[in-house]
Ligand binder design. Structure first.
Ligand SMILES: O=C(O)CCC(=O)C(=O)O
Length: 137
């Protein structure tokens, strides 16, 4: 069973206690259920994530995504797809929960740009609901 994300094929692991605990905490805030989580690791300010929307069809029409942050603060940028000059920067500190939901993925893109002054490491967990119809290869 594998899942393809950002051009990388991954073999999912079962839930462990820590991740299940965090998932339940987030679910109690969002009132949405999650069945998967992705880890993004930024070793330092050189690591970044390009502009994108979380619009994979296996996430459904209007996905709720719960994103938790650990370690260094990194800027999370969002910009309108129809007007990329409309941009907002949100510094995501250690312990922050960011929720994307509704039509956000239709109208906005997000990114985590390089920040040369950031020397430390950060990781981010994004909880998602992959629809039953997803074809796990
Ligand atoms: O690291 C972050 O805060 C962003 C993660 C992200 O955009 C994603 O997993 O799609």
């Amino acid at each position: 069973m594998s899942y393809s994300y950002s051009g990388i094929n991954s073999n999912p692991n079962p839930w462990n206690k820590g991740l299940t605990y965090i998932k339940q905490k987030i679910q109690s805030v969002t009132e949405d259920q999650f069945n998967s989580v992705l880890l993004n690791w930024y070793r330092n300010g050189e690591d970044y994530l390009n502009w994108h929307s979380d619009d994979e069809k296996e996430l459904g029409q209007n996905p709720t995504i719960g994103s938790v942050n650990f370690g260094e603060t990194r800027d999370f940028l969002i910009r309108r797809i129809d007007n990329p000059t409309m941009k907002i920067s949100i510094p995501l500190k250690h312990g922050t929960l960011l929720i994307m939901r509704g039509e956000m993925q239709h109208h906005w893109q997000h990114s985590v740009p390089k920040r040369k002054r950031v020397k430390g490491s950060r990781f981010n967990l994004t909880f998602r609901q992959i629809k039953d119809s997803y074809d796990w290869a």
